[in-house]
Design a protein around this ligand. Structure first.
Ligand SMILES: C[C@H](O)[C@H](O)[C@@H](O)C(=O)CO
Ligand SMILES: [Mn+2]
Length: 418
């Protein structure tokens, strides 16, 4: 049977349960995923005075072909984007600026250092998001930034965050779609602190100073990202979930939930509905923690499907800004983006193809037997046939055929890099 034939048959199966399959595909077309540039170069960036990766995160593996110039990174992203259905965004970090060989301190970064990215985004019809980089820098060597006891260090990072929000504003203005500028800091302690409050007070004051500087919310939306622990901050992280949830609610900022930043049995899928009762929007960094915040490539596992289902069931596709955050240097990096992003989209499609209203009614009526039976049976409904058709319609490779394109690119481009 052809892809179209399979689709028609699968569609009928879903329609028996009142699922609007064409409507689901239309919705999926309009969901932008913010694809993180840093998978392409192992979070190295292009600073002239580049430092080793720090901040309690780590990239393992030495798969050949890593991008080492902005043009290489953009070319690799274009390759990945050609294999991913839909129109998406690219998420940049401050270390990806282009300063024409000059050392430009992070608190001196300006929109002009990201002009090439903006022109490229325009050519490729992409939105851009942004992150200040508060790691891999001598002023973050002791693992403290915005909560540092030394006011001159705090001030440096405050200035960097202010500069970053202006860059986000520039992206939004130029591209006609507001940038999400997300602040994540590594601050914490390896061992049991004697005072948890003072660093948090300092972080709060620093953030207040960062956000006191007005940028146009039409163009830039601020987010703050919490964490549970990092390498070297195992005992205490200043910017914990409660800290940022409180800060975001009180100050009208977005709370960004990274799926690798919680206790091992605590899941982000269970947080989305609760948070959306109190804020209009939340942001995600979808990642895959394996025993720790390991940032493995996102797989289509139960939790990813649950996240997709939650976003769809709660009619929250416009309220959840979905970003990705993984960095695996042990496999082809273009493949990593492709696998992770396609999986995120598959999880959303999975949610869109469920008879969600009926399942909610069953729960309200206390019919938990039918609820479980249907939720389980739908796991083996012909979801793949709908996905394949979607890929074909969106002009990207169907099933695993995208791997041929990645292998060809590897042979012709990546393998030639030194
Ligand atoms: C590079 C990213 O900003 C970083 O991964 C951050 O978002 C994070 O999740 C740190 O654990
Ligand atoms: Mn993250």
């Amino acid at each position: 049977m052809t892809i179209k034939g399979n689709f028609e048959w699968a569609k009928e199966e879903y329609e028996k349960w009142g699922v609007n399959v064409e409507g689901a595909l239309e919705k999926l077309k309009n969901v932008p995923i913010s694809i993180h540039c840093w998978q392409g170069d192992d979070v190295e960036g292009f600073e002239v005075n580049q430092q080793e990766l720090s901040g309690g995160i780590d990239v393992t593996g030495n798969y050949p072909g890593k991008a080492s110039t902005p043009d290489e990174l953009r070319s690799d992203l274009e390759m990945a984007l050609s294999l991913i259905p839909g129109h998406h965004r690219i998420n940049l970090h401050a270390i990806y600026g282009e300063t024409k060989g000059e050392v430009v301190e992070r608190d001196e970064l300006k929109p002009e250092h990201f002009e090439n990215w903006v022109n490229w985004a325009k050519d490729n019809k992409l939105g851009l998001d942004f992150n200040p980089t508060l790691f891999s820098h001598p002023k973050a060597d002791d693992g403290l930034t915005l909560s540092h006891p030394d006011p001159s260090i705090r001030d440096f990072w405050i200035r960097h965050c202010i500069a970053s929000r202006k860059i986000g504003e520039y992206f939004g203005k130029e591209l006609g779609t507001p940038a999400l500028t997300n602040i994540w800091i590594p601050d914490g302690y390896k061992d049991i602190p004697s005072d948890r409050l003072t660093p948090r007070k300092r972080l709060k004051e620093s953030l207040d100073k960062v956000f006191a500087d007005k940028v146009d919310e039409q163009y830039n939306v601020d987010a703050v990202e919490s964490k549970l622990f990092g390498i070297g901050s195992e005992a205490y992280v200043v910017g914990s979930h409660e800290f940022y949830m409180g800060y975001a609610l009180k100050n009208n900022k977005l709370c960004l939930l990274d799926t690798g930043h919680y206790h091992p049995t605590e899941v982000v899928s269970n947080k989305i509905s609760a948070m959306l009762l109190y804020s209009d929007q939340v942001a995600l960094h979808v990642s895959r923690p394996v025993r720790w915040d390991s940032d493995h490539v996102v797989a289509l596992d139960d939790e990813l499907k649950e996240i997709g289902m939650e976003i769809v069931r709660n009619d929250a596709l416009d309220q959840v800004r979905i970003g990705l955050d993984f960095f695996d240097a042990s496999i082809n990096r273009v493949a990593a983006w492709t696998i992770g992003t396609r999986n995120m989209l598959k999880a959303l499609l999975y949610g869109l193809l469920l008879p969600n209203d009926h399942l909610k009614e069953l729960q309200e009526a206390g019919n938990f037997t039918d609820r479980l039976a249907l939720m389980e049976e739908f796991k083996t409904y012909p979801f793949g046939a709908i996905w394949d058709y979607y890929c074909e319609e969106m002009d990207v490779p169907v099933k695993e055929t995208w791997l041929n394109d990645v292998r060809k690119y590897e042979e012709e481009v990546l393998s030639k890099r030194s």
